[in-house]
Each structure stands twice: as structure tokens, then as C-alpha cells.
Design a protein around this ligand. Structure first.
Ligand code: BJW
Ligand code: ZN
Length: 229
């Protein structure tokens, strides 16, 4: 890190675990909401079939997030942004905690839970964090709004993945932090970094499919390890 000019970072649900945000696949189980696996309810098909149920799930999670604050891992990364010539932070998280900790220009490849979007005209609405359930329910054009998050089977926001891939291909060190690295295309970023010659570091209490490609695996909690780095 002393010699690095350019740093790339991919974070996942694990970095927010110590803030009290549940992970998706952690803890030996898979998140279940009212009898549905999260990959069923968090899917493009479900938005078409039962948008009110999707909103119920996301409003529940917005409620959980009201109690959550950034943790030392989010703050460590925010501090790094002034220590390197270039730092690109890509997060799969929709919780907004990186920004809450002071990180700028966060690339949120899976969207943001505090934003909604019209299903017809794509107009976006910033929701009040303090306001659960969501508001508005309907766009000015009369169509319903949906959470502005990327569900299974949906495309990522335009340019977001490409920006991350560019940074991954040109950085000196790449960190993959708190992600199971199972969901694509985000999981491609550490692979691109490694192929392009970056030093690849994983921060995770458990092994992931990326572990064997990593130059260094730091086994532990992000909130404990990142401040030490
Ligand atoms: C700690 C810790 C601590 C715990 N400190 N660490 C190629 C092959 C096969 C399939 C596909 C493919 N390309 C695309 C697909 C399909 C699909 C996909 O990837 N499926 C795989 C599951 C196989 N991808 C998509 O559909 C994507 N879209 C797309 O590709 O568009 C093109 C397309 C369109 C149409 C058809 C086909 C292609 C979109 C993916 C969007 C994913 N969205 C979700 C839900 C968001 C909304 C919501 O929140 O409900 O995003 S899924 C869910 O997983 C969420 C997360 O961002 C994402 C990643 O999970 P993450 O962050 O890694 O969390 P966990 O829980 O898995 O892991 C936590 C980790 O933390 C663990 O490792 C712990 O050990 C660790 N940990 N405590 C550090 N204290
Ligand atoms: Zn509209």
C-alpha cells in the first residue's frame, strides 16, 4: 500500500454486517422473507408479478437501516480516499453507508434503497430515510414507482460496471471486502484486477471462490482489520 498509486475496492454485504445490516448468504442460511428466498423476492419477475410485496420487503429493510450507522470499516475506506492518487470504490450494497461515512463518488452497482424509480418514465425519487413506508407511491405520470435497486435478471446502471472494470484493470492494489463473490457481473471485477496484474487482497472471515486467486487473504471482520491497515 505504501507504493500503490491507484487502489480499487469492491465491497459487499459483509462490510455492513458490523453495522447490523443482515448479509444475504451469511450465517449458514439464506435470507427468507415471508416464506420466499431473497433471490425470488428480489427479482425482476416479482416486480412484474407483485410490486406491493416487493415494496413490503424493501420498506422492512429500510426500517432496519434506520438503526444502522457506518462502522470502522466504512470509515477506514473513507479515510483512504485522500491517501492515494486514485481510489475507486465500487459497492454492491444498497444501504448508502459508504456515503454516510464520507466516501465520495461511490459506484453503487446494485442501486440504492433510499431511491425509487417510475416503472414507465424512469423518473427518480429520493426517499426520506426517516420515512418508512416509502413515498411517493405513484409517479407524476400516474405509473407506480419501484425501488431503484438492481434485482436478479436486471441490467446494472449504465456505465457503473464499466467504470469499475476500468479501475480494476488499471489499479496497483485491489481489495475485495465482505463479499461472497457469487453475483455477476460484480464478481468479475477482482478477476479483472488480478488478470491485469494488481495485487489482490481479500478481507473476509470466510473463504470465497476468489480465495485461491488472492495474493493475500485477511481472515477476519472488516471493521477490525481495515482500521489496522
Ligand atoms: C464479512 C463480515 C464482516 C460477513 N467483515 N466480511 C454469470 C454466470 C451465472 C449467472 C449470471 C452470470 N452473469 C449474470 C448472471 C445472473 C445473475 C447472477 O449473478 N447470478 C448468480 C447468483 C449465479 N446476475 C444478475 O442477474 C445481474 N444482472 C445481470 O447480469 O444483468 C445482465 C442480464 C440481464 C438479464 C439476464 C441475464 C443477464 C444483477 C445482479 C443483481 C443482484 N442483486 C442483489 C439484490 C439487490 C437488491 C436487494 O438488496 O434485495 O444484490 S443479489 C444480492 O447479492 C445483493 C448483493 O449486492 C449481492 C452480492 O452479495 P454479497 O454482497 O456478496 O453478500 P453475501 O451475503 O453473499 O456475502 C457476504 C460476505 O460477507 C460473506 O462472504 C461473509 O463471509 C462476509 N462477511 N461478515 C467482512 N464482518
Ligand atoms: Zn413516471
Amino acid at each position: 500500500m505504501d507504493r500503490a498509486n491507484s487502489v480499487g475496492i469492491l465491497t459487499g454485504a459483509g462490510i455492513s454486517a458490523e453495522s447490523g445490516v443482515p448479509t444475504f448468504r451469511g450465517g449458514g442460511g439464506t435470507a427468507i422473507w415471508k416464506g420466499m428466498r431473497f433471490d425470488q423476492i428480489s427479482s425482476a419477475e416479482m416486480v412484474r408479478r407483485d410490486l406491493p410485496a416487493v415494496w413490503e420487503w424493501f420498506d422492512y429493510r429500510r426500517g432496519v437501516l434506520q438503526e444502522c450507522e457506518p462502522n470502522p470499516a466504512h470509515r477506514a475506506i473513507a479515510n483512504w480516499q485522500d491517501r492515494f492518487e486514485s481510489l475507486t470504490l465500487v459497492t454492491q450494497n444498497i444501504d448508502g453507508l459508504h456515503r454516510g461515512a464520507g466516501s465520495r463518488d461511490v459506484i453503487e452497482v446494485h442501486g440504492n434503497i433510499h431511491r425509487s424509480r417510475c416503472v414507465s418514465c424512469s423518473k427518480m425519487f429520493q426517499m426520506d430515510r426517516a420515512c418508512v413506508p416509502h413515498d411517493p407511491d405513484t409517479c407524476v405520470c400516474g405509473s407506480p414507482v419501484r425501488p431503484d435497486v438492481v434485482l436478479f435478471g436486471e441490467m446494472l446502471p449504465e456505465g457503473a460496471y464499466e467504470k469499475g472494470a476500468e479501475a480494476a484493470a488499471s489499479c496497483d492494489v485491489f481489495f475485495t471486502i465482505g463479499t461472497s463473490a457469487l453475483v455477476y457481473p460484480a464478481a468479475m471485477l477482482p478477476e479483472i484486477a488480478k488478470r491485469s496484474g494488481a495485487f489482490l487482497v481479500e478481507v473476509n472471515p470466510e473463504e470465497t471462490p476468489l480465495t485461491s486467486s488472492c495474493d493475500l487473504s485477511l481472515r477476519g471482520k472488516a471493521g477490525e482489520l481495515l482500521p489496522l491497515l
